[in-house]
Design a binder for this molecule. Structure first.
Ligand code: ADP
Ligand code: MG
Length: 240
């Protein structure tokens, strides 16, 4: 579903992604771990072309993201086509980003997707809160609305950038439960998170990113329980 090849990305003189290649099969869950500043958010943002890569390619469902290929030359796609590609990729942020003046239902409808907004709210356990405004909802409920909104356009995959990091600890579980249900339903997901328990239980692949490079990747039983690299071990000893 996602094919990332040889991606480099710098901000000025700061190299943030260095030769990153990653394949994400349809219906699989990939968890990305790594210290702060290692390039996790930038990698997600490159997948939906919120950031332009300096080198390398990103394909989603076979389609080159952000560019049209002409022989061995790449031409940037017009904004209209980039937006169309982006609409097929759900994105859930750490900070929910709901519209404060819209109800839960209106927030989900706002995407004008093909899926029924009330059904989507029901799927995240919030049909009863359809007419509540974000300020009337807990952080966990707001994030579940944000997930429903990300599903409204019937995306091919959903990217999650630390979806539970802004939540009080007692609200983390309800959001992870919704994500676990999505995974069980076969949604292709890439999740940046420090929730190792979630990674162990739900991920097909765990990727450890450090200094903009993929240091290690594999099934959770390998990367989490038997890491081969010192930097992975050092990171896990801090978050476990
Ligand atoms: P992570 O999500 O792993 O914490 P990020 O991908 O957000 O890391 O950032 C990686 C590095 O790139 C950090 O040093 C960050 O400060 C820098 N960075 C991210 N976005 C920008 C930007 N738009 N301009 C300049 N530097 C950036
Ligand atoms: Mg980040």
């Amino acid at each position: 579903m996602i094919e990332i090849r040889g991606v480099h990305k710098s901000f000025g003189s700061l190299a943030v992604l260095r030769d990153v290649s990653l394949s994400v099969p349809a219906g699989s869950v990939t968890v990305i771990l790594g210290p702060s500043g290692s390039g996790k958010s930038t990698l997600l943002r490159c997948i939906n072309h919120l950031e332009k890569v300096d080198r390398g390619t990103v394909r989603v469902d076979g389609e080159l993201i952000g560019y049209r290929q002409d022989g061995d030359k790449l031409h940037e796609l017009p904004e209209r086509l980039v937006l169309k590609q982006r609409a097929g990729i759900g994105f859930v942020f750490q900070t929910f980003n709901l519209f404060p003046h819209m109800t839960a239902l209106e927030n989900v409808n706002e995407a004008r997707g093909p899926r029924d907004a009330l059904q989507l709210l029901d799927r995240v356990g919030l049909a009863g809160k359809a007419h509540a405004y974000p300020r009337q909802l807990s952080g966990g409920q707001q994030q579940r609305v944000a997930i429903a909104r990300a599903l409204a356009l019937d995306p091919k995959l959903v990217l999650f950038d630390e979806p539970t990091s802004a939540l009080d600890p007692e609200l983390v579980g309800e959001v992870l439960d919704v994500m676990r249900d999505l995974a069980r339903a076969g949604t292709t997901m890439v999740v940046v998170t420090h929730e190792i328990g979630f990674a162990r239980e739900v991920a097909d692949t765990v990727v450890f990113l450090d200094g903009g490079r993929i240091v290690e990747q594999g099934p959770p039983a390998e990367v989490l329980d038997n890491p081969q690299h010192e930097r992975t071990r050092a990171f896990l000893s801090k978050v476990l």
